[in-house]
Design a protein around this ligand. Sequence first.
Ligand SMILES: [Zn+2]
Length: 840
Amino acid sequence: MYMRVLLLLLFFISLNLYAQNSSVDLEYYFSNQNNLFDESIPTPESIIGHQVGEWHITHDKLIQYMEELAKSSERITIENRGYTYEDRPLVLLTITSKNNHKNIDKIKREHKAITDGNNSAGLTSLPLVIYQGFSIHGNEPSGSNASLLLAYYLAASKSNFINSLLENTIILLDPSFNPDGLQRFSYWANTNRNSNLNPDPNDREYNEIWPGGRTNHYWFDMNRDWLPVQLPESRARIKSYNEWAPNILTDHHEMGTNATFFFQPGIPSRTHPLTPELNQKLTKMIAEYHVKEFNEIGSLYYSEESFDDFYYGKGSTFPDINGGIGILFEQASSRGHIQESDNGILTFPFTIKNQFTAAISTLKAGLNLKENLLEYQYNFYKNSREEALKFKNKGIIFGDNKDRARTIHLAEILRRHEIDFYGIKKDVRHKGVKYKKDHAFVIPKNQKKSKLINAMFESRTEFKDSLFYDVSAWTLPLAFNLDYDMNIDMNIAEKTKNSNILTLNNGGVTKKTNYAYLMEWHEYYTPKVLDEILNNNMIAKVSLKRFKIDDKTFDYGTILIPVFNKEVDSKYNFLDNLAKNSSITIHGVDTGLGEGIDLGSNNFRKISKRKIALLVGEGVSPYDAGEIWHLFDTRYDITLTKLDVRNLSSTNINKYTTIIMPSSKGLNSNNSTKIKKWIENGGTLISYKNSLKWAEKNNLVKYNFKKTERTAININFEQKRNYFGSQAIGGAIFNAKIDRTHPINFGFKNNSISLFRNSTLFIEADKDSYNNPIIYSEKPLLSGYISEENLNNLKLTVPLKINKINKGKIISITDNTNFRAFWYGTNKLLVNAIYFSDQF
Ligand SMILES: [Zn+2]
């Protein structure tokens, strides 16, 4: 009996020990650091109610602690720089000595002046600026959780190192790059946590439901938006970045559970050629400090074998084209609180400890390499300016004489990066293209950010490596489908800079009429207007022909809104308001008599009201779905229903005219049958990328995909991965010819467009040319990497196919027309597929 009680007791003690193994104290995290603390500074536990690592920090608690810290420490100030889509604050802590805080504005000014070539003499007397940012992927939470420890340590430590560090450094601590994602993930990990932590990877805790916490509210990967700056989180961040011009920026991530810890440099051959060599050398010098610290705490690590510094839209690469050093950290993820891994039991606190350690080793490196880094920054801009001098009085022009909005939106990106640009004095014709005043801008090449401008505007088709961690091209004027030229004389520019020219046109109705209104389809925000007209049960028709009325030519796709001599005032007011709100011009006409066709012609076709659903959920690419949701919700103000595939079998889908199926793994057979019936009864399915494979497999469409048979010759086992990798299209830009008379292309003013593609689905063109409204040209590569075999396959194939099935149709698209919110140039294709599908 006694024995049994003892055994039972021992059993409970051991269970308890196991549970406690993962509960840790501050000693655990700071084991390798000096532990003398100012006791007036609150520990994280005293505010958030648990030790760091015991639970996943929610964003609201994270902010609560940071605010308390700022209140109690003279080393810290906190600011809110804006809000996420879910209205969470985007805070930034500025951490430095009390003395530096007194002169913070002066220090900021002087530090920024380094980039202007001032301060060369006093360079070494200036503090270094280090921006430390965490968990841009919300379900890679060790970073944000470590930020609690880092902020506490910097506020409370009385060590000589910290004192000297704070005298010599301004630390910008961004505790959560992605508040909405962090909140979503912490909810998941905490609600599924067991009191007795369970390391079994099969536990629900480690298997998040769709779409997971990686992305922001609209399911964007925010670590791709540093260059396009389309999302509110990025806008706030880039603004701070440009205020301070940091010397080092760190980006703390997580990777697979079986991995160890990665710090940059990444794969050397994959560094972008515009990045100076010294940048990678300094990255390596900084890495020596991580090595030392990780050796001391006994944590495995590696570098140079994976990840790269190619795409400048990533946090760890963006600084490399801005005179700083970007550093990527990747920690093996426990994903929840504790998980079995190839390296034994991986606890959440251990992952946090590694992130904290890397943050401290970065600061040590910064303090010791301060002079090198300041000098590097100074020389980076000095060299940029000297190189740019060669292009004195030369500039880049871009614009669209039919669509001011897209022109403005590209210019906004320039302004966010503090790049100078000008309007043009009057209309110009340059290399056969007409650039209209107020619809075009010029960027002088001779300015300090010349390298960044290059990184945004260049087209590159030659590469050292054939593997890319992300896209290989992002040429912005191509993404916006704007007319542009890389070489124009700056004397066409207006005198004043970009300050006040970035407002959209006011728009409006040209005159009140009792006859009809006409709206051309080129402007970016016309879909918003059309949808609102249809929602108000007004009649709208689309023109299949070009025509002339009142001496003005109206292009294919012009929308006609007849008045019928009824409700003349209310119609005018409604349309005028709508046009003003959307910055669109609507023309009032008093006659139906046109040249070409008259307004009563059968070539004006009625557009019916649309009810749109977007398939989302398990198996659907959250990125592709999120891009579409974001486009309609935030730009066009068009409501679409997010239809979760989980509920599809029990949902009445007959009320939808249009269903958009983003790239996906397809649907189960019941749902496939249901969708097929819905199409046969008159529905329009718009299907993207991998969903085409589903459509073919379920006998909805026969695409005639081009197939490539490849046999590896002289490729050994070690080379196998690269061999296959080089056949992927990570993301590149291609040219296609368009048939402007086809309704799918209404609104495009040129005869060709640039498309973004990251798939290897090649559809053979139809033998009847009128069935190929968009066709890749003979030499389609505009920018980016594609293997020779794939390029051969791609030419003269089609990215879009229209198939009728009984009363309905499928519109299939192999490319991404809405890529990452900055591919403004092809958004119209999706819109046309929705509103004009009855016309083809
Ligand atoms: Zn990540």
